[in-house]
Design a protein around this ligand. Structure first.
Ligand code: MG
Length: 366
């Protein structure tokens, strides 16, 4: 790994909340990554929805496979740009830890339930998981990750919440950027979900070639596939198109971001934080990628089949929330140990940590 001076450096980390002795064999970002992989929240991602509810079928993406894809893309871009691959990997593997069951539908429903109790934001929840909710160490709550990992995990945050977070919230108030590694994970997240949603959407029957061909990016890659192969089936063709799109988007990010880096010449991670956003697509690709996102929103996420799942999911979350507020006995005793949080926050933490199927079973038991 050849690091550029603007890369995050584990030796110069802003540190952990609780001081720990260093490891001889792993740098601090690798240790963060390993803590995430061994966490229970990470294992539960296997049974959490991306778009389709977990029991809809075994061949669709889950939050776990999504996170692994984001990590693969992030590491590749990091390596090309001379950024710290270990930090990018850590942030990617942790970026969705705070997601509720049932994807965005679950998050919206839980946010609604929490409206007058401080709301619910999945990014903030991811930070809460690694800072407090994982209880694996005798000496501290949470995983005691480095500042750089935590900074990357907190992708968005409202100003009101940022004010309660100390140093980690400062950048939202100062309107500064996170590390390049964090910026890389954000864009890798977008590349991953747009492409796997095309793939899952196609295989589920919600999308077809005719509709997809309306998108310039998809159309260009599909034409290249058609020009190269004359006798392939639809499933081979979608794979060939998707892999071309992923490749094209990654190449574009690397080229365009390198131009930004050459222009702004950040010398340190501190320069990165005060520079404009540096990791990005070129203008043309950004437009096409945005159109693809809009197309997917309409054709997939607003598809009656997905909307029905979404509404059902919302009902499950609401039922769980109302029942646990009324009767908190349903929550395991050791869950809210030593917590000074409100009952609503404890209930929200408990529900957010559930997998899709656990939530469905719990709701049907109530
Ligand atoms: Mg994601």
């Amino acid at each position: 790994m050849i690091l550029k001076p603007y890369a995050a450096d584990p030796v110069k980390t802003l540190g952990r909340q609780y001081i720990e002795s260093k490891s001889n064999s792993r740098n601090d970002f690798q240790r963060d990554r390993d803590r995430i992989i061994h966490s229970s929240a990470f294992r539960r991602l296997e049974y959490k929805t991306q778009v389709f509810v977990n029991h809809e079928g075994d061949m669709f993406r889950t939050r776990l496979t999504h996170s692994i894809e984001v990590s693969q893309i992030s590491r590749g871009i990091s390596r090309t740009l001379g950024c710290h691959e270990d930090l990018a990997e850590t942030i990617a593997l942790a970026h969705d830890l705070g997601h509720t069951p049932f994807g965005h539908a679950g998050q919206d429903a839980l946010n609604n339930c929490m409206k007058v109790f401080g709301g619910f934001e999945h990014n903030l929840q991811s930070l809460r998981v690694v800072d407090f909710l994982e209880r694996r160490y005798a000496s501290f709550e949470g995983l005691n990750l480095t500042f750089e990992s935590r900074e990357g995990i907190l992708k968005h945050c409202s100003i009101n919440n940022a004010r309660t977070l100390g140093l980690i919230g400062e950048r939202f108030i100062q309107k500064q950027q996170p590390s390049l590694e964090a910026q890389i994970v954000n864009i890798a997240d977008e590349i991953a979900y747009n492409n796997h949603d095309v793939d899952d959407g196609f295989r589920s029957g919600l999308l077809d070639f005719k509709a997809l061909m309306q998108n310039a990016l998809f159309g260009r890659c599909a034409k290249e596939v058609d020009d190269t192969y004359c006798n392939i089936n639809d499933s081979q063709k979608i794979n060939e198109v998707v892999r071309r799109m992923i490749h094209l988007l990654i190449e574009d990010v690397c080229t365009h971001s390198q131009k930004n880096l050459d222009f702004y010449q950040p010398k340190t991670i501190e320069d990165v934080r005060t520079s404009p956003h540096l990791i990005d697509f070129s203008a043309g690709i950004k437009k096409e990628q945005h159109e693809l996102k809009q197309f997917l929103r309409h054709a997939m996420y607003e598809h009656p089949h997905v909307v029905k799942m979404t509404q059902d999911a919302g009902k499950v979350i609401k039922k769980l929330f109302t029942s646990y507020i009324k009767e908190p006995k349903g929550i395991p005793e050791n869950f809210s140990m030593d917590s000074s949080d409100s009952r609503q926050r404890i209930v929200a933490d408990y529900i957010a940590g559930m997998t899709d199927r656990f939530a469905i079973e719990a709701a049907s038991r109530l």
